[in-house]
Design a protein around this ligand. Structure first.
Ligand code: 13P
Ligand code: SF4
Length: 347
């Protein structure tokens, strides 16, 4: 029963004390997040991993790329576990290393040594390693502007992997024109751009988040019509058209903090993952809060981590043959760490 499972988590947490650390991303289910030792957006969870030198066992409640990042940023003796290995991220899977190497070769032949690669942390460790080895850095939704500015101090152009929307939204924010952005299509191995290539400043990888794609311009129009006073706040993984007509855009922590600071009685429509929207609704009975898309949008892979998986992974942390350990190979980890450290230094 649920009570038994909850009692078991408490028991194991008590037994291990600070030898065990459970970070939880804001998109996790309530049944899991209640047991997190720390919650955060991707940036905070990466920072916490880099700082935590004490925990022997890190049970990462989030998705695969986040657990990989935690493994890269912790020491060899610390073990990172993902309670369900199927908890991937469809966006991270939209850029693989072969595709990236092919893209890089072609871009080098077109632009020479004028491009710096940047990757959203929502990418595999292999992509982070590729970026790190080529002088670039990772970014999260909370420091993308800083990192894109940093990149333009090094090179004339950037290749932004794998989320075209975060890349485009950030570039627009920094004054880059839409006519200065091209799209790299990893399926056809070609650049989508009409015009003179020398104008291109930002090359956006053609990837996206299938959850945030569900927030549309029509949702914004409908919300404004039905609730004229409502403020609209979205995650920058939403497309540019949606971000531009919303009131605010930012990371999961930015969304939480904004609503926390908002006036009692204010009303908000939020464009991000369902578990977080529901939690914000519960935590703010004094405010009127809805999902920007009335059909609540879940991230199915985040949701694979549930209470039974958490209990099972806690019960097996000392098993020799544990299959849920996330271990990034040392060559990949070394270069990926370069990319992550460049970001952490600037955050
Ligand atoms: P942040 O928590 O960094 O805003 O990222 C959201 C996300 O989609 C994680 O997959
Ligand atoms: Fe990946 Fe989107 Fe889920 Fe975030 S919400 S983990 S980007 S699929």
């Amino acid at each position: 029963s649920r009570d038994e499972l909850e009692a078991r988590v408490k028991e194991v947490k008590e037994k291990y004390g600070s030898r065990l650390f459970i970070p939880g991303h804001h998109y996790q289910k309530d049944e899991v997040i209640q047991f997190a030792d720390a919650t955060g957006d991707s940036l905070k969870l990466a920072q916490l991993s880099a700082e935590n030198t004490e925990a022997e066992f890190i049970i990462f409640c989030g998705v695969h790329f986040m657990a990989e990042t935690a493994d890269i940023l912790t020491s060899k003796s610390q073990k990172v576990f993902l309670p369900d290995m199927r908890a991937g991220c469809s966006m991270a899977d939209m850029a693989d290393l072969n595709q990236t190497e092919r893209a890089w070769d072609k871009l080098q032949s077109l632009f020479g040594d004028t491009i710096l690669p940047l990757t959203y942390v929502n990418s595999t460790a292999a992509i982070k390693a590729f970026v790190g080895a080529n002088g670039g850095a990772t970014v999260t939704s909370s420091n993308a502007e800083t990192m894109v500015k940093w990149a333009f101090e090094q090179k004339e152009r950037i290749l932004f992997l794998p989320d075209q929307h975060l890349g485009r939204n950030t570039a627009v924010q920094l004054g880059v024109g839409l006519d200065e952005m091209a799209i790299w299509n990893p399926i056809s191995d070609s650049l989508e751009y009409e015009g003179d290539f020398s104008k291109i400043k930002v090359i956006l990888w053609k990837g996206h988040c299938s959850v945030h794609e569900n927030f549309t311009v029509q949702n914004v129009i409908d919300t404004r019509e039905q609730y004229p006073d409502m403020k609209i706040i979205v995650h920058p993984e939403c497309c540019r058209e949606v971000v531009e007509i919303s009131d605010l855009a930012g990371s999961t922590s930015f969304i939480i903090n904004t609503i926390e600071k908002a006036e009692p009685g204010s009303s908000w429509a939020i464009g991000t993952e369902m578990n977080l929207v529901n939690r914000i609704i519960q935590n703010h009975p004094d405010k009127q809060i809805i999902s920007l898309n009335p059909h609540m949008c879940p991230c199915l892979t985040m949701n694979r981590i549930d209470l039974p998986h958490l209990v099972w992974s806690l019960d097996t942390i000392e098993d020799e043959n544990n299959n849920n350990i996330i271990k990034v190979s040392s060559e990949i980890a070394e270069n990926a760490k370069l990319a992550l450290k460049r970001m952490l230094y600037h955050s």
